[in-house]
Ligand binder design. Sequence first.
Ligand SMILES: *Cc1c(COP(=O)(O)O)cnc(C)c1O
Length: 388
Amino acid sequence: MAVRPADITAAIARVVGALKSPLGLHEPDLSEAEAATVAECVESGWVSYGGRYVDEFEDRLSTVVGGPVAATVNGTAALELALVAAGVRPGDEVLVPAFTFAATAAAVVHAGGVPHFVDIEPERLGVDPIAVDAYLSRIAVGDSAGAKNKSTGRPIRALVAVHVFGHPCELAGLADVAGKYGLILVEDAAESLGSRHQGTHTGLFGAAGAFSFNGNKIVTTGGGGAVVSRDADLLAHARHLSTTAKIPHAWEYRHDAVGYNYRMPALNAALGCAQLDRLGEFLAAKRELAERYSAAFAEIDGVSVMAEPPHAESNYWLNALILPDVEGLLEDILAHNHAAGYRTRPAWTPLHTLAPYADCPRMELPETGRAARTVLNVPSSAALGCRR
Ligand SMILES: *Cc1c(COP(=O)(O)O)cnc(C)c1O
């Protein structure tokens, strides 16, 4: 039987309740603790880079993640620094999924690289290691010491894995492909704070990773991000670059590289300290909400809800329905949901179809196209879940 838009809207309503005013996709959850910590920061007078809040935020984040971190102004800057610190050089091609937020590709371009778009697999919506391996075996020359694109002659230096909507992608398979072609594996973990792959926190699996603390992520600092890496030297280099590459000294201005001004300000870090204290609460609420979505949609044939992959722990940041691939169905459902006040959204426009990336190299992208036609994100704020 065909899926009816009214049934989708009704199932969402059963999960999140009837509405008095429109409900957004993801709203920050801010309590008095956040207000108090930000006020303390203001009173301290250290609202910019000095004072204790940035260090404290990094300490707490590093405890959550299990590795060293460097806090930045946003997730895009963190990913750019992760790429540069991990060894991406101007003119390098960097494999990135076409199915991701535009910032993933923008960070590659800002680092001087050329995005080279690859396809995803349909379960976790992350980069497909099997398809990418087959593709590289045709278009690349080289081995574990490094690969080149046969047709452009440029090095294919790195692969960015994205943990879409907080679900860890196929990291083990991607690490194998990276090893085979000498690619640096970098993780865009912007959406996956709290998500783990075989017990390891996302971001720590590859050479380096990036988190985002934008207002719509599971933990927010207003705007913010962090670089993470198991490699303490790489991480120290990323932090050094983020703070104008200035050699620490009481009065001298000496910079040993062209640096960036990408350090997270203390005001944002103060908000983040209070938010990180509540991460456990948010994770529990989101898991409970995801269970309710999964139960509500179990009754609707042809529609599934993205779930935690095997050997992984998802933060369930943003719930996603996978609809049947039927012409016009996604638009009909969006219109129906919006009319009822549920601000559901399709996933991203595939990046290779956007003007700034139209000329980038790419493989065939059938699953990216399918995901763009069939994925629907539904309201997922932590406040909608029950904290246990
Ligand atoms: C949010 C996000 C980013 C960018 O983070 P900002 O903090 O907004 O710069 C990058 N990649 C993905 C997949 C994201 O969801």
